[in-house]
Design a protein around this ligand. Structure first.
Ligand SMILES: [Zn+2]
Length: 254
C-alpha cells in the first residue's frame, strides 16, 4: 500500500512524530515536504534529523511562497539550497491572491517566479504552483514562456472551467484536497478532470473542515471519498500514486 500526500509544510506541524505515526498507520507512506523559503527549509532539516528512522519516505521542495514577504537575500539563499541539497521540486511559487502587494513587492515576486522557473527548467525539476482564482490565468501565460517544463502541478486549484481545461490540455497536474468532501465547487472541479491529472494533498497543517488537526493521515480518507464519488469502481489510490511518481520523476525505489 502506498499513498502520497504531495503538499506538507513539515515545519508547521505541531506534533511531528505523532503525525508521522498516524500517517503510516493509514498507509500515507510518501510526503512531499514543501518549504516556503530558506528559513522553513532549514527548520525542516532540523526536524527531519530528530525523526527516528521511520519508514516515512519523502521528497523535498523549496520556493518563495508568493503570499509571504521575503528578505532581499531569500532568493540567493534559495538558489544555494537548490544547488546543494537533494531538491525534487521548486515550489510553491506563483502569484498571490490573498494579500495586497505594493508595486515593488509585485515586481520582486514576478522577477523571482521567472528566476525560479528557470532553475526548474535547467535542473529538470518538478514545479509546484500556487496561483488560484484570478491568479491562475496569468500564471498559465507565464508558463507558456517555459515550454520545456512539463512536470507542473497547480496546487489546491480553484479556477474557472476554461482555465482548468487549458491546464489539463497542457498535461499539468491539479492538487485535490480533503475540502472535496465539503465544497460542491471542488467536486465540480474534480468532475472536469481526467483521473490521470489528479494528485492528492493536505497542505498540512491547514485545518480542513471536519478535521480539528489536519495532518497527512487524512489523505487516506480522501481516497475513500474519491472512491465513493467516482461513478464506477476506480483505483484512485493506484492512479494518484502513479501520477505523483510521474510528476516528481520518482522511480520505484523511493
Ligand atoms: Zn502550501
Amino acid at each position: 500500500m502506498e499513498i502520497w500526500d504531495t503538499h506538507v509544510h513539515l515545519d508547521e506541524l505541531s506534533n511531528l512524530s505523532y503525525a508521522v505515526n498516524l500517517a503510516l498507520r493509514h498507509n500515507v507512506t510518501h510526503w512531499v515536504l514543501v518549504a516556503t523559503g530558506p528559513v522553513a527549509y532549514r527548520r525542516q532539516s532540523q526536524l527531519l534529523a530528530t525523526l527516528p528512522s521511520y519508514s516515512l519516505r519523502y521528497l523535498r521542495a523549496i520556493g518563495l511562497h508568493p503570499e509571504y514577504d521575503h528578505s532581499p537575500e531569500a532568493l540567493l539563499e534559495t538558489a544555494r539550497i537548490v544547488e546543494q541539497e537533494p531538491i525534487a521540486a521548486i515550489g510553491e511559487i506563483g502569484l498571490p491572491t490573498y494579500r495586497f502587494l505594493t508595486r515593488s513587492q509585485f515586481n520582486r515576486n514576478w522577477h523571482a517566479v521567472y528566476i525560479q522557473l528557470g532553475w526548474a527548467e535547467r535542473k529538470d525539476l518538478a514545479v509546484i504552483i500556487h496561483a488560484v482564482h484570478e491568479a491562475t490565468e496569468p500564471m498559465l501565460r507565464i508558463l507558456e514562456e517555459f515550454p520545456n517544463l512539463h512536470r507542473v502541478v497547480f496546487h489546491w486549484l480553484k479556477a474557472p472551467r476554461d482555465i482548468l481545461h487549458e491546464i489539463a490540455k497542457r498535461g499539468y497536474y491539479v492538487g485535490i484536497t480533503p475540502d472535496i468532501s465539503f465544497y460542491p465547487r471542488d467536486r465540480h472541479l474534480l468532475s472536469l478532470l481526467s483521473p490521470q491529472r489528479v494528485i492528492l494533498e493536505t497542505d498540512s497543517p491547514w485545518p480542513h473542515i471536519g478535521h480539528r488537526i489536519s495532518s497527512p493521515a487524512i489523505i487516506a480518507q480522501l481516497v475513500a471519498t474519491l472512491n465513493q464519488i467516482a461513478p464506477r469502481s476506480f483505483d484512485w489510490m493506484g492512479q494518484t500514486t502513479l501520477n505523483a511518481r510521474r510528476l516528481f520523476g520518482v522511480s520505484s525505489d523511493l
